[in-house]
Design a protein around this ligand. Structure first.
Ligand code: GTP
Ligand code: MG
Length: 309
């Protein structure tokens, strides 16, 4: 639920509230009448608003058993590399955002393509029997690549392509809108995998000046939360976002590159995979900051048939 959906809030009030930092229903639920008066809302209206927000905001607790029950419906999609699957606990999970970051050519787009194919396989073969949605920001979605991957798995390439819904995002606002649209389509099209490739390229290009960093991070944060709540959680979808790395000259030891979007993206994704190029087709994947798996590394290969051990 957005603050616009609360009773008695018109577009101009919503705008005012957002300007003052009330971005969510929860923020209004936690506000005092005095806080809202400062924004220019009358006392009676403020009281009504806070009550309505508290009613609709999901404030409360569930039991550990409820959480366990919900975790039972988590699905996993095979990457077609046993090693890579094992690293992330069996495959790319639904109800979560998996972030794949690394240099150009490290295999991020290849993994996204592979999952758009494998999600369509039946569960006993490592899929979810669902369809895929691909938000393409860099115009790197390649149907012929999908066909090759499908044929290699004995799947009908035309059928597979038919069940991948592709949208080209032209700028960051458009990209955010597409995520909303995806949520509306999810049920009807039985979408179980969503790729945002790449998550950050538009944001990086549009907000490059010094003074724009805060705005960029705020928008990225909103985008990530929409992906988590309106896709991953609401429709039991596996969301995969790709992210480039940039040189970080301040880093004197260890890895001199950091993923774009920094801690905002990092903290909102459940799984983070760092990819590095190795010899030839080989790639090294490293799992970082996972909630319940040990950090570790594995090697996989990008072949003509797709991702393999
Ligand atoms: P950026 O989007 O540029 O940041 O890179 P990325 O991480 O998305 O790279 P991508 O997944 O597009 O990987 C490209 C690499 O995959 C190429 O350099 C090739 O090494 C490999 N690749 C792509 N297609 C094929 C193929 O058909 N056969 C083989 N063997 N390798 C391929
Ligand atoms: Mg790419």
């Amino acid at each position: 639920m957005e603050i616009e959906d609360l009773p008695g809030i018109g577009p101009s009030t919503a705008e005012k509230l957002k300007e003052e930092g009330y971005l969510s229903v929860e923020a209004i639920a936690a506000a005092s009448i005095g806080d809202l008066k400062d924004v220019g809302i009358g006392e009676a209206a403020a009281l009504k608003l806070i009550k309505a927000a508290q009613k609709s905001a999901d404030i409360g607790f569930v039991t550990g058993l409820d959480v366990k029950e919900r975790r039972k419906s988590v699905g996993k999609i095979t990457t077609c590399s046993e090693e890579l699957n094992n690293l992330i606990g069996g495959g790319v999970e639904t109800q979560a955002i998996t972030e794949v970051f690394g240099d150009f050519g490290s295999g991020k787009t290849q993994i996204a393509h592979q999952l758009a194919v494998t999600v369509q396989m039946p569960e006993k073969k490592g899929g979810l029997g669902g369809s895929a949605l691909y938000i393409d920001t860099e115009n790197t979605f390649r149907p012929d690549r999908i066909e090759n991957m499908a044929i290699a798995l004995d799947l009908d390439p035309e059928k597979i392509l038919k069940n991948i819904h592709v949208a080209r995002a032209y700028n960051s606002d458009h990209q955010m809108l597409l995520a909303e649209k995806a949520s509306e389509m999810a049920k009807e099209k039985n979408i179980r995998f969503v790729a945002v490739d790449s998550l950050t390229s538009h944001f990086r290009a549009e907000y490059s000046g010094r003074g724009t960093l805060a705005t960029r991070q705020q928008k990225l944060n909103r985008h990530m939360h929409a992906l988590q709540r309106k896709l991953a959680d609401l429709h039991n979808i596996a969301v995969l976002v790709t992210n480039q790395v940039m040189a970080n000259p301040a880093m004197m030891f260890g890895d001199p590159t950091t993923p774009i979007g920094g801690h905002i993206v990092g903290h909102t994704s459940t799984f983070r995979l760092r990819l590095r190029k190795s010899k030839g087709n080989k790639r090294i994947a490293r799992l970082i900051d996972s909630p319940n798996f040990p950090e570790g590394e594995c090697v996989f290969e990008v072949t003509g048939e797709g991702i393999r051990d």
